[in-house]
Design a protein around this ligand. Structure first.
Ligand code: OGA
Ligand code: NI
Length: 362
């Protein structure tokens, strides 16, 4: 941060070059007359990165109401759908999840209001360490990056202990309710996924102590960009946890890597966009790979997304499920590691595809 703030502040506000700024991208994007983005934010993409497809195979859709239905037939169909979605995509949409549209909309509005707060107020929440439970900033990790993302963020640990900024008004109240509802959905999906791996319904929940599981709320703000083809909202990465559940403000930008191509994920209105994370890959010994994804930006509209990441408890030591290894006669393909340690490692590094997971691969 110390390295970048003066540089960008010069662009955004020539009179106060040394002022510390947390929402760097928001200010930069709003600076009058900006036609070229600075070299600090210019990504060079290779041609492979630019291949994008909108169509071809249909994106998996999971009907949550069937997952919680009491009909065994319906449930087994959804377990089958979850297995296919995790195996072939690492991504699915969830419909009929029961979380009120009103609450989803309030949450996105609350995030927008947070990013609109005066800089001095946001600065209070600028974390010092990657595991600080309240942390706002820009890009991903400016202390190790050479090129910065077109993104400001607010990351909050919301479970097992709830943390929230006190401003804007009602942010905390909405977030408490929203995180609780989304956590229930995540745990239910993970029960289905556990079953789909041939482990008991409660296996993942128990083995990774999801009662105390870490839930992180990540609000992302991607302002419009004059040269979107040169910038990146978030470069390709996989998430550290088990499942991430994302909503957005109606502006798309999420892309998922599928069969060597980047696929735009727009999502049905009010659906959840869900992706698998590194710890599902570790637990399943590579059967359900974490999916690489990224966020691109656009010229016209600010995009706000809210990702809720669900992982094991911080003190869980995660290994490939021994029951799975025994049954299939496979050797573990990942070393064991405490989730908290992995999280720290991932958050302290540059976002670079699956490079963090590669470090625990045997
Ligand atoms: C993330 C993420 C994508 C998006 O926050 O980990 O991948 O579309 N976000 O904002
Ligand atoms: Ni992500």
């Amino acid at each position: 941060m110390a390295e970048t703030a003066p540089l960008v502040a010069t662009q955004a506000s020539p009179t106060t070059p040394s002022k510390r700024i947390t929402s760097i991208i928001k200010l930069l994007a709003e600076s009058p007359g900006l036609t070229n983005i600075p070299s600090t934010h210019t990504f060079t993409l290779n041609s492979h990165d630019q291949v994008v497809s909108d169509t071809e195979e249909p994106v998996p859709v999971i009907d949550y109401s069937l997952l919680i239905s009491s009909s065994p037939d319906q449930r087994s169909k959804i377990i089958h759908d979850l297995r296919k979605a995790c195996q072939y995509w690492g991504f699915f949409m969830v419909i009929n999840h029961g979380v009120p549209e009103r609450l989803m909309r309030s949450m996105i509005d609350a995030c927008r209001e947070f990013f609109d707060l005066p800089e001095e107020e946001k600065q209070e929440y600028e974390g010092k360490h990657v595991l600080d439970p309240i942390r706002c900033g820009t890009s991903f990790n400016t202390s190790v990056e050479k090129v910065f993302c077109w993104r400001d963020f607010l990351k909050l640990f919301v479970h097992p202990v709830f943390h929230s900024p006190s401003k804007p008004a009602e942010f905390s109240e909405n977030l408490l309710e929203y995180s609780k509802r989304v956590r229930e959905v995540a745990r239910e999906l993970l029960k289905g996924i556990s079953e789909s791996l041939g482990l008991g319904t409660n296996y993942i929940d128990k083995a990774l102590n999801l009662e105390q599981g870490l839930q992180v709320s990540i609000a992302n703000y991607y302002p419009p960009c004059t040269q979107p083809e040169l910038a990146m909202g978030l470069p390709s990465h996989s998430d550290h946890g088990l499942l991430t559940i994302l909503i957005q403000n109606g502006v798309s930008g999420l892309q998922v890597q599928h069969k060597g191509k980047w696929v735009n994920m727009n999502g049905y209105p009010n659906s959840f966009l869900v992706n698998t994370g590194d710890h599902l890959e570790i637990l399943s010994n590579g059967k359900y790979k974490s999916v690489e994804h990224r966020a691109v930006v656009n010229k016209k509209a600010a995009r706000i997304s809210l990702a809720m990441a669900h992982g094991p408890s911080l003190d869980s030591v995660v290994t490939p499920a021994p029951e799975l290894l025994d049954r299939e006669g496979n050797a573990p393909a990942y070393i064991e590691m405490k989730y908290g340690k992995y999280l720290e490692l991932q958050q302290s590094s540059k976002l670079d595809g699956k490079s963090c997971l590669d470090q625990v691969r045997i």
